[in-house]
Design a protein around this ligand. Structure first.
Ligand SMILES: Nc1ncnc2c1ncn2[C@@H]1O[C@H](COP(=O)(O)OP(=O)(O)OP(=O)(O)O)[C@@H](O)[C@H]1O
Ligand SMILES: [Mg+2]
Length: 375
């Protein structure tokens, strides 16, 4: 990086949510969670922190900027900025649920043989993505591994879109609940019962049955469940650690929202529920905000200037129309900002301006981060 880096207190002052070691980017679909996570991670890295960003389904150009092509979805860290080469430390990990779930299973399996048997099992392959909460579980498990490994001092977790604030936090627990069913019941039960215990729907079973042929399926299910029971016990053992990390002082969240009134109300409720659950919400990011524009009717000389600049009345009408629409968007953003600023207990409000080009390259993310988080 050509930019000079600052160190010490100055640098930590530039790291948004710098007192945290894990920052979650949460919010409904399409609001800018992934963009926020990437911009936050880049900013922290360039301010001197050792950063990993764990990201879900980034837009194509953003994925490229982070070195995450489709074939880099194996749950491995990819070096984006190298301390030696770039003077900043940023790693990225693409959370492809299937691949990351494999990674977690391998880490939790009692031995290599069991891990291989599970990961290569047709049943596992047909069901892993349908295991409700698998991606969330994998995300948390992977983040916990990173956190424990200690190679990073700032981890940013992008999250999959959820309609409900607690979906993400609650999903790992749903998988963990599987462990409360005695493994013996799963293994000794008929294929159907075993599958039912795993919480898999009929369609999944039928698909697997078709793939395998009935008899083989039941046999393979028995073997699979026996191996998988061990993994599930591990889910149970480690699950408590997720909640502990999420509720600890090391972890904070930023809720991302758009400027639409309903979205702002939703973000407010979202933040409240997360706080109730025990996750510290450090801020809300009002994304794709539009600038406030003066009223043409009251701005001194505006009408005359416009008349001179656009003599044709029809064209002028069209210009005024476009301006009025842009002004309404600016007003909506200002109202959203005011509403979020009045939330109790207070939330820091960050404003992410709408950019004409989506911030998807490192320089664009850097500029977006600087405008949004100040400095
Ligand atoms: N401030 C902005 N200005 C312009 N475009 C933006 C802005 N923020 C995000 N975008 C673009 O909007 C799209 C959605 O953003 P992003 O992928 O970050 O949202 P998301 O919340 O992660 O979506 P999903 O819920 O699907 O994961 C992307 O193409 C992104 O580049
Ligand atoms: Mg996303």
């Amino acid at each position: 990086m050509a930019e000079a880096r600052s160190t010490g207190a100055e640098a930590s002052a530039q790291v948004p949510f710098g007192h945290r070691r894990l920052v979650l980017s949460l919010g409904p679909g399409g609001v800018g969670k992934t963009t926020t996570a990437a911009a936050l991670a880049l900013r922290a890295a360039e301010a001197g922190r050792k950063v990993a960003v764990v990201t879900v389904d980034p837009a194509r150009r953003l994925g490229q900027a982070l070195g995450l092509s489709a074939d880099a979805g194996g749950g491995e860290l990819v070096r984006v900025l190298d301390p030696e080469r770039d003077g900043a430390h940023l790693d990225a990990l693409l959370l492809d649920s299937a691949a990351v779930f494999d990674e977690v299973v391998r880490a939790y399996a009692p031995n290599r043989g069991a891990a291989d048997r599970i990961v290569n099992s047709k049943i596992y392959r047909a069901t892993r993505e349908r295991l409700g909460g698998a991606i969330e579980f994998a995300a948390m498990a992977r983040v916990l591994m990173l956190h424990t490994a200690g190679d990073h001092d700032y981890i940013v977790l992008d999250t999959p879109p959820t309609a409900n604030a607690l979906d993400f936090l609650g999903a790992p627990a749903r998988i963990r609940e599987l462990a409360e069913n005695p493994a013996a019941r799963m293994v000794t039960g008929t294929g159907r019962l075993g599958a039912k215990v795993l919480g898999l729907g009929g369609a999944v079973i039928i698909k697997a049955l078709e793939a395998l042929g009935g008899g083989d399926f039941l046999r393979e299910l028995g073997v699979f469940l026996k191996d998988f029971a061990e993994i599930i016990r591990e889910f149970q053992r480690r699950g408590g650690d997720f909640d502990m990390l999420l509720r600890s002082e090391h972890t904070g969240a930023v809720v991302v929202t758009s400027t639409a009134a309903f979205a702002v109300r939703e973000a407010e409720a979202f933040a409240a529920r997360l706080r109730e659950w025990g996750l510290a919400v450090d801020g809300v990011l009002l994304n794709r905000a539009d600038p406030e524009l003066p009223d043409l009717a009251t701005a001194p000389g505006a009408r005359d200037a416009l008349q001179r600049a656009v003599p044709d009345p029809a064209t002028r009408e069209a210009v005024i129309d476009a301006y009025t629409r842009a002004r309404a968007l600016g007003e909506r953003s200002a109202a959203a900002r005011a509403r979020l600023a009045s939330v109790e207990p207070p939330l820091d409000v960050y404003v992410g301006e709408r950019s004409e080009d989506p911030p998807e390259t490192l320089p664009e993310l850097r500029a977006f981060g600087r405008r949004t988080f100040g400095g």
